[in-house]
Design a protein around this ligand. Structure first.
Ligand code: GTP
Ligand code: MG
Length: 619
């Protein structure tokens, strides 16, 4: 292989990155003809497949005309922005994907800004040109112009702003550089594949720049793990080369330590291919040192400079993790004790530089700091699948202090929704101190959709828990994305959850009879037969104060036989809270108890006589 290119694929969530990588790999001959491959093969984690989104950045490679192309697929959801930020350093160029109908959205701006700052060469990929909203081509032109404006606004230099454009239908694996061919390609009159894009990559993205005169230098951008050789450092060789069994140095914040390289691999298709040496410019994996961390530099000699550590934007929200102190602790999983919980969280933070770890005043509680609710939900879900039991608290935003003034994080929320729901959505956002900054009517070509795009500036605090309310109002038809704006003066109290909780007043098993009798007090989270304990939250009260209730009461036996069927018809269906629902729902005096089998909400203070009545108050 004589030539090399390192590229990454960046975009807003769902604009089609992983789908495009799929087809690039297929058409790049990565898979043997008899191999049947799943769709979106790079989304290899269980949670990624279930949710249909990319969570972790991943490497692959393909070859085209004697050139090896290393590709990094990145996540587009803003909660995982830190993942993109640290991965960009491995690439010399990026494909910026923009959905032909949606146009640039908040995360497009975020990733483009980071790519421009790193000096990457960019290719604009207008994807999903087959969408019906684009059929007359007008919208596509509009989107190209918006993308160009974004480049200029973000300070692209002349060379960067002179980007080539390729129009794609990633789903069907074709592209064209020629705008006028799009409709013929959609109708099938013309045929194409991704070859024009491959050629464009070779032409526009420069071969890797390397540092001359050093013996070996690699910045660790990612970590991986193998049962055989332990921890693997993933990165791009900036200068020199490295051989198996060579003694090299790991330069961390604490100093330099030497180790012997036990195994070297590069990416070949989706696999790791063991090699004898790794040369400047290539991306690969090095094993032999268990303590290596993201951001460290591996060098061939002690005299070689360490590269600047990877910096990512600071976290804006935090969440408490606690040992499970519920009466049912240990019944459904492995209750992580303080030391193990701490170790598990520290391990996560080492792999994910966008997360931070903090001790608290209490020995069995720890704080994890990050960017968004989804980021926490993913971590919790992973730990849960490992079989662990623990508790988490309500996410809280991180304030800052400046000249005695309290500052809080603000975000720009961009909402895309049917016009009919604008009134309700606006009052939801305004109720949480959101200020309406933009109202744009969409009328996508020939397709009558009556959708509008609203832009709000709103404290991050006000966004917590808003997603499900927004989806309810818009009947699931609303799109929602956010962009971090920075810290601004605190906006004062925000009225959050208005409703109180219905709390079990004793341990036992919920009965149909009791639920039926309490039905008009609110909505229940539990069904007949659910085991409950004192202090466990069993429903949402329709008043603004908590109530304690006996949900285990049995019907006094009488001679009359109640018809079960009849009773069931009248019973309101229990609202089943998902992990994300719980994260949105809980208040400060409550915990979410997570076990492999169940997710429960409870009061922090379980005993009824030790706990005051929570009334809705401002967050
Ligand atoms: N109509 C149409 N749909 C597409 C096209 N490309 C991708 N999609 C669809 O868009 C959805 C999202 O695709 P993904 O490839 O997962 O998007 P992504 O950018 O990787 O998403 P994240 O990694 O979560 O940010 C999938 O349902 C794809 O089938 C296209 O060219 N046309
Ligand atoms: Mg993806």
């Amino acid at each position: 292989m004589s030539e090399l290119r390192n590229i990454c694929i960046i975009a807003h969530v769902d604009h089609g990155k992983t789908t495009l990588v799929d087809h690039l790999l297929r058409q790049g001959g990565t898979f043997k003809s008899h191999e049947s491959v799943d769709d979106r093969v790079m989304d290899s984690m269980d949670l990624e497949r279930e949710r249909g989104i990319t969570i972790k950045a991943k490497n692959a490679s393909l070859s085209y005309k004697d050139t090896k192309i290393n590709i990094v697929d990145t996540p587009g959801h803003s909660d995982f922005g830190g993942e993109v930020e640290r991965i960009l350093g491995m690439a010399d160029g990026a494909l910026l994907l923009v959905d032909a109908a949606e146009g640039p959205l908040p995360q497009t701006r975020f990733v483009l800004q980071k790519a421009l700052q790193q000096g990457l060469k960019l290719v604009l990929v207008i994807n999903k040109v087959d969408r019906p909203e684009c059929s007359d081509g007008k919208r596509i032109k509009e989107v190209v112009n918006q993308a160009f404006d974004l480049f200029i606004e973000l300070g692209a230099n002349e060379e960067q702003a002179d980007f080539p454009i390729v129009y794609t239908c990633a789903r069907d694996g074709w592209c064209t550089l020629n705008f006028d061919d799009i409709s013929a390609l959609i109708s099938g009159e013309k045929k194409s594949d991704l070859r024009p894009m491959f050629d464009l990559i070779l032409k526009t993205i420069p071969p890797p720049k390397t540092n001359e005169g050093v013996d070996f230098q690699m910045l660790v951008s990612n970590l991986s793990y193998s049962d055989y050789v332990g921890r693997l450092a993933v990165g791009r060789v900036m200068g020199g080369k490295v051989k198996r069994n060579q003694r090299i140095f790991c330069r961390s914040e604490a100093g330099a330590k030497s180790f012997s390289v036990s195994r070297i691999a590069t990416f070949s298709g989706l696999r790791e291919l063991e090699v004898d040496e790794l040369v400047a410019g290539d991306i690969g994996l090095i094993s032999g040192f268990e303590e290596v961390e993201i951001g460290d530099t591996l060098t061939g000699s002690e005299a070689t400079d360490a590269l600047p550590r990877i910096k990512v934007d600071l976290p804006t929200i935090g969440m408490l993790f606690s040992v499970n102190t519920s009466p049912f602790s240990g019944a459904e999983g492995d209750p992580l004790q303080s030391r193990k919980l701490r170790e598990r969280l520290l391990r996560e933070v080492r792999h994910n530089v966008a997360l931070k770890f903090e001790e608290t005043e209490l020995p069995d509680q720890f704080r994890v700091l990050g960017r968004g609710e989804l980021q926490f939900a993913i971590l919790v879900e992973q730990m849960r699948r490992e079989g662990s039991e623990f508790m988490i608290g309500k996410p809280l935003v991180l304030f800052q202090e400046e000249n005695g003034q309290r500052l809080e994080p603000f975000e720009k929320a961009i909402l895309d929704l049917p016009e009919a729901f604008v009134g309700d959505v606006t009052s939801l956002f305004q109720g949480r101190k959101g200020i309406l900054h933009g109202y744009e009517k969409f009328d996508h070509g020939s397709v009558e959709r009556n959708r509008v795009r609203l832009t709000f500036e709103i404290p991050t605090r006000g966004l917590l828990g808003i997603r499900s309310k927004y989806l309810t109002i818009t009947r699931g038809e609303g799109l929602f994305s956010t962009e971090f704006l920075g810290y601004q003066p605190h906006k004062g109290d925000i009225q959050m959850r208005v409703n109180g909780a219905i709390i079990a007043d004793r341990e036992g098993v919920a009965t149909e009879y009791a639920i039926r009798n309490l039905e008009d007090r609110g909505v229940f989270f539990v069904q007949p037969g659910t085991k409950v304990y004192e202090g466990m939250i069993i429903g949402e009260c329709n008043k603004d104060a908590d109530i304690n209730a006996n949900i285990c009461r049995e019907k006094k036996l009488t001679n009359m036989r109640a018809s079960h069927l009849e009773a069931l018809v009248h019973l309101n269906i229990a609202r089943k809270l998902s992990l994300e629902d719980c994260i949105e729902w809980v208040e400060n005096d409550e915990w979410i108890e997570v076990t492999p089998e169940n997710i429960r909400v409870r009061k922090k203070i379980l005993a009824q006589n030790m706990r005051g009545v929570h009334r809705s108050e401002s967050a």
